[in-house]
Structures are given as C-alpha cells and as structure tokens.
Design a protein around this ligand. Structure first.
Ligand code: FES
Length: 100
C-alpha cells in the first residue's frame, strides 16, 4: 500500500464528487464539511458512476438508481451486506493523496 497523489484541494468543491484515477483504480473523491473521502467509483448495483452522485448527510447517492453509501464506512444504510471500498485520504500541503 502506498499513498498516491490524485488531486489538489483546489480541484474539489464542497459536496461535488470528482473522478480520479491511479495506475490501477478509478476512484470517487469527495469533500464534505471540509473533510475528504475516497471511494470506489463503480456502484456495486449496476456500475453507476458514484463520483456523479449527490451527497446527502455524508452519504453518496448513486445517480442511476439511488443506492446510498456512507462515506465513512462504505456501507449501504438500507442493506448492511452491500458495501463499497473506502480509501484512506491524506492531505499534504495542497495535495490530496489516497492510499491504494
Ligand atoms: S447502478 Fe448504482 S444504484 Fe443502480
């Protein structure tokens, strides 16, 4: 595991997701209440783009069919068996790094 720079803090708007890519993964990056979160980009339902989802109460809402995932845990609030991967985010200066 290593931290990889994926964006700068100036590129993120509060409550607006951003698709970022590393060599091996496509991830969704979010800023909510000034804190940064990184999740899988692909929704486990049918592959919807989570970086395009709305943010409500620290949950991302998939834009395709509305499945929700908690940004802290990755768990769906309606079905605890459904979960997305959450990644550790670190800020260094103005750089955002994700552990992948
Ligand atoms: S693809 Fe995400 S809710 Fe259906």
């Amino acid at each position: 595991m290593a931290f990889v720079k994926v964006a700068t803090i100036e590129e993120l708007e509060e409550g607006i997701g951003k698709l970022v890519e590393t060599e091996s993964k496509r991830l969704a990056l979010f800023k909510v209440d000034g804190k940064f979160y990184a999740t899988d980009e692909v929704c486990p339902h049918r592959g919807g783009p989570l970086s395009e989802g709305d943010i409500e109460e620290c949950e991302v809402v998939c834009p395709w069919h509305g499945w929700r995932f908690n940004l802290e845990t990755g768990v769906s609030p309606v079905n605890p068996n459904v979960k997305i991967q959450i990644y550790t985010v670190k800020v260094e200066g103005s750089d955002i790094l994700i552990e992948v």
